[in-house]
Design a protein around this ligand. Structure first.
Ligand SMILES: [Zn+2]
Length: 427
């Protein structure tokens, strides 16, 4: 009988021990970083076990660090964050490859051990960044170019201005160029563009492109809205709307205009990594009816009901005039966009685009290559236009810029083309 009780006790304690002291799950190592990743600061490796941890040993090797193993014991919880800081291993500020080995053991009566290792590259230095040449003086609403060199292959590079990003294009080993703009709606003292480069480890460097700018005031005008005009707009664009003609006008001029602009900004993200254009941009024939960046305030019954800025120039010739491509390019859009009516958008490469609006007929298709001066369309009054005219825009990375600069032969030559990559750059 005594023997039987002893066996029962042994079995019971065995079961208890199994449940409380013997666990079959090994510790889990969560590296929090991908194998082969670049890092620029220390990392935290989480080690956890479903019962408890008894020992964690780790070593770090690479650059100035020997692979000496260190062990930790006495854990207060079943999860531990192991902080590893390779900063002490840095010898000459050069990026280095490192290896971390971890061995974790749990508290089980029959201990389980997990062993793992990871290889990473540690780099805490931002890429070097130096400007090569570029436009010295910009003007509010105008454009410029800058060429620069990055010390290492960047993960991302370009020009930032507030929340605007001007992309850069690589034209040679480590050499980049970026067309950028001083947007018409940014005050001269707020114009602080920065060239940036960020490497694979996330180190960021920013420098100034080395240009200055001048403020430029554009014309403002007040437009009095009449009931006749509002009625015409409604019938032209949103004839079936239940809203009053005034509310229809406000919706078109504010919401729809903004949506259309967003569509164009997105279209302008398609651009070839080479210069398709050559020399000055052509101005289509006709008289200038409205200028770039004209600020228009709309008044109805002596109160201001809407406000907008004209992002291009209006040119009116004889009606149904053939519209030519201002420069060599590639068609990235040919179709209708709200208030713009029928539109052609051309990519000229390096983030530069031209746009032709209110067309009555389009003779080109997306993907077509067009030559400077080639007839692409016929003028008209589609969209929010009254009377046959061409609405012409130039955009730099989607930002509307003053087209007057681009149709000025000496400006294009002396402010842009003289700085562009030449044979010496690719050697
Ligand atoms: Zn216009």
């Amino acid at each position: 009988m005594k023997k039987f009780i002893l066996i029962i006790i042994l079995i019971a304690s065995g079961v208890l021990a199994y449940y409380f002291y013997i666990d079959t799950n090994s510790p889990v190592i969560n590296w929090n970083v991908e194998h082969g990743a670049y890092i620029n600061k220390g990392l935290t490796i989480n080690i956890a076990d479903d019962q408890g941890l008894s020992e964690i040993c780790y070593s770090l090797s690479g650059a100035g660090c020997s692979a000496e193993e260190r062990c930790l014991r006495d854990f207060t919880s079943a999860s531990f964050d192991l902080a590893v800081d390779p900063e002490n291993c840095v010898t000459n500020n050069e990026p280095f490859k490192m290896k971390i080995n971890v061995a974790a053991t749990d508290t089980s009566l029959l201990p389980n051990q997990t062993v793992g290792s990871i290889e990473l590259t540690y780099d805490n230095q931002p890429p070097s960044l130096v400007t090569l040449r570029g436009t010295r003086y910009l003007k509010q609403g105008g454009s410029g170019v800058v060429l620069y060199e990055v010390g290492e292959d960047p993960n991302d590079t370009g020009i930032v201005l507030g929340d605007l990003l001007f992309r850069s294009f690589r034209f040679s080993q480590n050499k980049y160029l970026s067309l950028y703009a001083h947007p018409y709606n940014v005050a001269a003292d707020e114009f602080k563009p920065r060239i940036f480069a960020v490497d694979n480890a996330g180190n960021l460097r920013k420098i100034r492109p080395g240009s200055t700018t001048a403020s430029h005031s554009y014309k403002s005008e007040v437009i009095k809205l009449t009931d006749d005009f509002l009625e015409t707009v409604k019938n032209k664009i949103m004839a079936n709307s239940q809203k009053t003609p005034l509310n229809v006008f406000k919706e078109i001029n504010d919401t729809v205009r903004q949506q259309n602009n967003q569509t164009i900004v997105e279209l302008c993200q398609t651009s070839e990594n080479r210069k398709l254009w050559d020399g000055v941009f052509l101005r289509n024939q006709g008289a200038t009816r409205a200028n770039f960046a004209e600020n228009r305030t709309y008044v109805y019954n002596s109160s201001i009901v809407s406000q907008q800025v004209h992002t291009g120039i209006d040119i009116a010739g004889v009606s149904k005039t053939p519209i030519v491509a201002a420069n060599h390019g590639k068609v990235v859009f040919a179709g209708a966009i709200g208030i713009y009516g029928n539109v052609v958008v051309l990519d000229h490469g390096y983030g530069l685009h031209s746009l032709y609006g209110h067309l009555s007929q389009i003779n080109v298709q997306v993907g077509d290559r067009v030559e400077k001066g080639e007839v692409m369309a016929t003028s008209g009054e589609s969209g929010l236009a009254f009377g046959d005219h061409l609405h012409f825009e130039i955009r730099v990375n989607g930002v509307p810029v003053n087209p007057i600069e681009w149709i000025d032969r000496s400006w294009v030559k002396n402010k842009i083309e003289v700085f562009l990559p030449n044979n010496a750059d690719t050697e």
